[in-house]
Design a protein around this ligand. Sequence first.
Ligand SMILES: [Fe+2]
Length: 185
Amino acid sequence: MSPRNDKTDRTYKQLEEGTKQARPLQHQHAREIQPYGKIVKLPIALDEKVCAASSENLNQLLADTMTLRDMYKKHHWQVAGGTFYQLHLLFDKHHGEQDELVDQIAERIQLLGAISLAMAADVAELKEARTMARQASDAGDEGTNDLLVSDVIRTNELQVWFLAEHLVDVPLVRADQGKAATASD
Ligand SMILES: [Fe+2]
């Protein structure tokens, strides 16, 4: 070892001395504390079977909502054309609203004593939020029903309206003087 390297090694040792308590504990592996699909009973006066059924539905909805949130961001970036700026802003607003729903749904799953999914790639099948809301209500899980109806369904209904109005074929300046729409149209 050259005198120069020897001096460098001694310097590193001197620099590290007395820092053991401050070093980050890296490369640790924690024990699993709750297997996926199991329910931890919490004192919320809801039967575990109801919690399990609601959280299973909510996990599906969570994955779908994460996908929808990410699609809004994609289109926020990639939209083009004459209404670019308007849609660019609208899609980002919708993205933010879906992101809030993701948080609300995931936290509802956790408070039911279950484990929330974290990856949109876990999407397996699509179910209707309205059906899930009815199932939660029938089982006595009014909290989940309220989240589904008041937040998920109503937010998405509003977003659908905002998007659908962009697809109505109306003239920008001159009134359309053609025939009125008939039932056969
Ligand atoms: Fe942006």
